[in-house]
Design a protein around this ligand. Structure first.
Ligand SMILES: C[S@@+](CC[C@H](N)C(=O)[O-])C[C@H]1O[C@@H](n2cnc3c(N)ncnc32)[C@H](O)[C@@H]1O
Length: 245
């Protein structure tokens, strides 16, 4: 979902703009086999935390971050100058489909909590696969899924979501990836504790601001989480996927 300004401000209080635990993200990144000179793109990179961690863990890789949000990209530029000096990722301020990305041109395609940049689930899977090198390029995908069929109240609390927007279960997510030509090398599911820390962290940060948009944003998170199953209906996973021949 595109970020509102309240959401963007609240995200300054959490490590990443997605609910995965940092250890799970770092483990997935460390396990990537990236050769020197590997080209990495992150679409919907936001403030670039995932991309910067990839570049830190793989000193031979070069990065490209794509996002339409100028404020988020400014945050990435500042962090990159400090964390990967001399190897700052190239930045393209654009929607993914307007960024001129080369099909098959990337050793690693990162897309975390941003499949909407490619039309959402499931269409994004084929688009992400098409960006990866045909001979074994990898997609690091962070995507949401339903852990159980969402109630109408839960969908409404998500702002009018529909059940078909996400796969029902992690197996269904992997099946859809396979159908798009992507074979799972590793899968890490976000824990409920990590999800809670993320969403409650966002709400608490938003409540520090004295404006109606931020207070409403926090209220929506808290009301949704208070519904029956509200803290556990939405799952999220980080999948390392290899593009097959
Ligand atoms: C929830 S954030 C995820 C950021 C980052 N991947 C992370 O996990 O920390 C989603 C990002 O997608 C971006 N976005 C929205 N529409 C997009 C599009 N059409 N193309 C590229 N990025 C887009 C938003 O600006 C936002 O920064």
């Amino acid at each position: 979902m595109p970020l509102t300004s309240a959401s963007l401000r609240a995200h300054a209080a959490v490590p990443m703009m997605n609910p995965m635990g940092e250890a799970d993200v770092d483990r997935a990144i460390a396990a990537l086999a990236l050769a020197p000179g590997a080209r990495v793109v992150e679409t919907g990179c936001g403030a670039g935390e995932v991309l910067l961690r990839v570049l830190e863990a793989h000193p031979g890789a070069t990065g490209l971050g794509v996002d339409p949000d100028a404020d988020a990209l400014d945050r990435m530029r500042v962090a990159a100058a400090r964390r990967v000096p001399g190897r700052e990722p190239e930045v393209v301020q654009a929607a993914a489909d307007a960024a001129g990305l080369e099909a098959g041109g990337f050793d690693l395609v990162v897309n975390v909590a941003a499949s909407h940049a490619h039309g959402g689930f499931p269409d994004a899977l084929a688009e992400l696969a098409a960006l990866a090198r045909p001979d074994g390029g990898v997609v690091l995908l962070g995507e949401a899924y339903w852990t159980r069929a969402p109630s109408p109240e839960f969908l409404e609390a998500l702002g009018g979501a529909t059940a078909d927007e996400l796969p029902l279960g992690l197996d269904a997510l992997q099946d859809a990836a396979r159908a798009a030509g992507l074979e799972a090398l590793a899968v890490a599911a976000c824990t409920e504790a990590d999800f809670a820390a993320y969403e409650e962290g966002l709400a608490a940060e938003a409540e520090r601001y004295d404006d109606a948009e931020a207070v409403a944003y926090a209220g929506r998170i808290r009301e949704r989480r208070a519904l029956p199953g509200g803290a556990s209906t939405l799952g999220f996973a980080l999948l390392t996927l290899r593009r097959g021949p």
